[in-house]
Design a binder for this molecule. Sequence first.
Ligand code: KMT
Length: 182
Amino acid sequence: RCLEAGLGSCIGHNFLSNLQYLPCFFSEIGVLYWHLDPKKSESEEELAKIRKDRGYNYMDYLDICPGKLANFEEKLKNFFTEHMHADEEIRYCLEGGGYFDVRDKDDKWVRIWIKEGDMIVLPAGIYHRFTLDAANHVKLMRLFLGEPVWTAHNRPQEDHPVRQEYVKRLTDDNAGLALAAH
Ligand code: KMT
């Protein structure tokens, strides 16, 4: 399986850190991934193109670190509670790092290590959670299509139409997910 290319092991999760080598795994679960360089102007152009192509008109920044984010502990606890959203979750890492844990097709956790320059889109309806890495700090750009809605729907959400749609694409129409990725 393609997934094995970058696998190590970390606290009982499948653990991905060489993200560019895993397009196959990402397309399987409908995740999009780019590597940009926040310090380079070519990356600004590439980011502008991604935003234009995918309609990401909204943008803000989120600095997650103990002194900078109000109610840090509580927010981290919520981020690390397994949940889904009714929309895509689009994050571009500008500084620091963190872990997105996502459920694979067999409902097992896969840990994705996001570092500076990594940009990731989690599809609407995927179960996931987030936590910081050892640096205990991340600066993220958040993008959104339209008016942002950050509502987290904690698992279980099997009756949620967006979850049902995601599961349907994952199981009987995996080609659709693969086509959406690149
Ligand atoms: C969310 O709901 O925003 C998350 O899953 C946390 C990742 S971005 C801090």
